[in-house]
Write a protein that binds this ligand. Sequence first.
Ligand SMILES: CSC[C@H]1O[C@@H](n2cnc3c(O)ncnc32)[C@H](O)[C@@H]1O
Ligand SMILES: [Zn+2]
Length: 433
Amino acid sequence: MNNTILIKNALILNLNNFENKKQSLLIKDDLIAEIAETIDEGNVDKIIDAEGKILLPGLINTHTHLSMTLFRGLADDLSLDSWLNDHIWPMEANLNGDYCYIGALLGAVELIKSGTTTFSDMYFYMEDVARAVEDAGIRAVLSYGMIDFGDAERREAEIEENLQLFKSCNGMADGRIKVFFGPHSPYTASEDLLIKVRELADEYNMGIHIHVSETEKEINDSLDERGLRPFEYLEKIGFLGPDVVAAHCVWLSDEEIEIIKKHDVKVSHNPCSNMKLASGIAPVSKLIENDICVSIGTDGASSNNNLDLIEELKTASLLQKVSTLDPKVLTSDEAITMATIKGAEALGLENEIGSIEVGKKADIILIDTNSANMVPDSSSLSSNVIYSANGSNVDTTICNGKILMENKKLTVLDEQEIYDKARKAIKELKEAI
Ligand SMILES: CSC[C@H]1O[C@@H](n2cnc3c(O)ncnc32)[C@H](O)[C@@H]1O
Ligand SMILES: [Zn+2]
């Protein structure tokens, strides 16, 4: 028996469709079954009238640490080095699975409310994060963040933990969860760990999620230690490949851009975190000119401080314009692809999500244009979404054919209960310090 949802009168934002004419879309179970000017309303289980709403693929956040919602506003106005070493790592030492579960649920509420249906996460207690993903109804790529600082015993344990996550959670939640390896960075993961991860990623056909070239300090330390910049080093040890998603990529030489292109490494751009930690400006328009796959991420809520991907895309676009002094770079059309099809490609999910096409998973959002900041309609749907909207204009969120929010009301999660539990968790964590 099929579960069917008909969405009618929608303005579908697909980059191959610039017509701006109203269409209908039929969901059968977890899939987009039909897109047409009119679809028969008989025999459908539910009808959503999307008059005045823009329909687009559920957004894809390719780099975050979802449970870090607990640390929102905890340590502002710091450099990455001090933020991590003096504040975040000491707080994280007291985390447990229950805290990470509630932090991830809080993050899930924020994602659903702002139109993100898929996120790629690197953190601790990932089986608890997987539980939150299952309960929230969203889609995720999960990796355990591995750090060994050169300690061989720790290395074995970290790899075992990530492999265990793969064995217990890959394909979980009706296939909504996929597991990647998550070596934290070239400065916290040893060469042996990175080489082993490469071997295992090939053996198990798993992707790899890693932070690379985020700060100038990281580049200088890498040059001091090895005489090589981070991407030169990663290439030398045979780590790079099309299954690697490198978060940040702020400090890149032209040679490193060539290396990224040669190995088809996927980039996750995180402009708000890079601005807040004063890390720098990633050369995104240059990467795009070089046909490199650039997706978008928020990083954790402690360095952003929110998970609103529409706001992140606007920031990305404006930051490229001001840093290149060229208003034509990173247009609203290009920005939309970063959170949709490019995000899907980065995660190896391009056959399942990232565009509105028959046969793809029904991960869909509706943005309400009947709002002061969206009137009158812009010259294009993408302009209206990227430059005028923000996450609070998202009206409806559907993931895997299931409605998670309708008319701005969550249908699966109890947001007040989650807020109360998250407040209690952070109070306990602060007391433990
Ligand atoms: C080992 S799990 C992930 C680890 O990464 C930390 N983290 C969060 N944001 C950043 C960032 O921008 N650069 C480097 N590390 C980051 C997080 O707190 C966890 O410890
Ligand atoms: Zn990060």
